[in-house]
Design a protein around this ligand. Structure first.
Ligand code: A3P
Length: 312
């Protein structure tokens, strides 16, 4: 890791959210540290080997990663857990981030990982498309990108930050969060650039990249899960559909169930399970943004997403 740390001194630096600083690397902001960091991105670029059968889930933080992880894990593994008692399903006893790890959290691990020796390997990432290792881009594997209304991402990230931030940094105000977010300064941001590149790639390679929104997922979860299953090569049979298998997965991965399962415990030290479950709603931004803040973000979104079929 030290081999990457010395490169930080040469990079542009800005004020961070959870950590003190963010660094600009290949057009995107990254925090420094062990996980979900610029060091992790560099190590992944140098050493990570994708398999053609791998499945990747890509998101900006706070876009519904936890939900998507749960859904994809549950649907891909449904036959494995079909005959076990329902109480032993991993999603009923552990956090979706343990079931389906992020490569930025796994890369510096010395112990065997949950996905070793398993095919397909299921991984998530917040890494911008342009910084993904060549091995993922060239492997021909499938990737699902989930995006969410930037205003709800901002509000969600604001709360997440204040739950996890080092005490020495004090609490972040919402005005501060808004200023940084609207300037694109957030781990893996700018938000708009992150979304735009994955959206473009999904149009160019529809067999490999599926683009979804959190908002669509909340409106019609059953149909989105069916779409996901088909895209990933695990379509539901007529019999499964008739037996309510899709609805069962939707319920298992629903906010109500997962937030209850994850009331206690930790994903790892300093990362409580419950920090990933807050409101789980569309439009909570209305309770935080002033009209002026909302107008500014609308303007940026309109300008950045102009001509793109992305709606929330
Ligand atoms: P809110 O803070 O708006 O409630 P991520 O998983 O990318 O960190 O995103 C976290 C957001 O997804 C949080 O949003 C969280 O409440 C919401 N979320 C977590 N699990 C969910 C689920 N099963 N269904 C819907 N939303 C969920």
């Amino acid at each position: 890791m030290d081999k990457y740390k010395h490169r930080l001194a040469t990079l542009r630096k800005e004020k961070g959210w959870i950590t003190e600083n963010l660094y600009m690397y290949k057009g995107f902001w990254h925090q420094s540290g062990r996980r979900f960091s610029i060091e992790a991105v560099m190590a992944i670029q140098d050493t990570f080997k994708a398999h053609p059968t791998d499945i990747y889930l890509a998101t900006m933080p706070k876009s519904g990663t936890t939900w998507l992880k749960a859904l994809v894990f549950a649907l891909v593994k449904r036959n494995q857990y079909k005959n076990s008692s329902i109480s032993t399903h991993p999603l009923l006893v552990t956090n979706p981030h343990i079931c389906l790890p992020s490569i930025e959290a796994e890369i510096f691990r010395n112990t065997p990982t949950y996905v070793d020796g398993v095919s397909p390997r299921l991984f998530a990432t917040h890494i911008p498309y342009t910084s993904l290792p060549q091995s993922i881009i060239k492997s021909g594997c499938r990737l699902v990108y989930l995006c969410r209304n930037p205003k709800d991402v901002l509000v969600s990230m604001f709360h997440f930050t204040n739950k996890l931030r080092d005490k020495s940094l004090g609490l972040m105000t919402f005005e501060e969060a808004f200023k940084l977010f609207s300037k694109g300064i957030m781990n893996n941001g700018p938000y708009w650039d992150h979304v735009k590149v994955y959206h473009k790639i999904s149009l160019e390679h529809p067999k490999n990249v599926l683009f979804l929104t959190y908002e669509d997922m909340t409106i019609d979860t059953v149909n989105i899960v069916k779409r996901l299953a088909k895209f990933l090569g695990y379509p539901f049979t007529k019999e499964e559909e008739a037996n309510g298998a899709v609805q069962e997965i939707v319920k298992l991965c629903g906010f109500k169930n997962l937030s209850e399962v994850n009331k206690h415990g930790n994903v790892r030290e300093g990362m409580p399970n419950d920090v990933f479950f807050r409101e789980g709603k569309v439009g909570d931004w209305k309770n935080y943004l002033t009209n002026e803040m909302s107008r500014i973000l609308d303007e940026i979104t309109e300008e950045k997403f102009h001509g793109l079929d992305i709606s929330f």
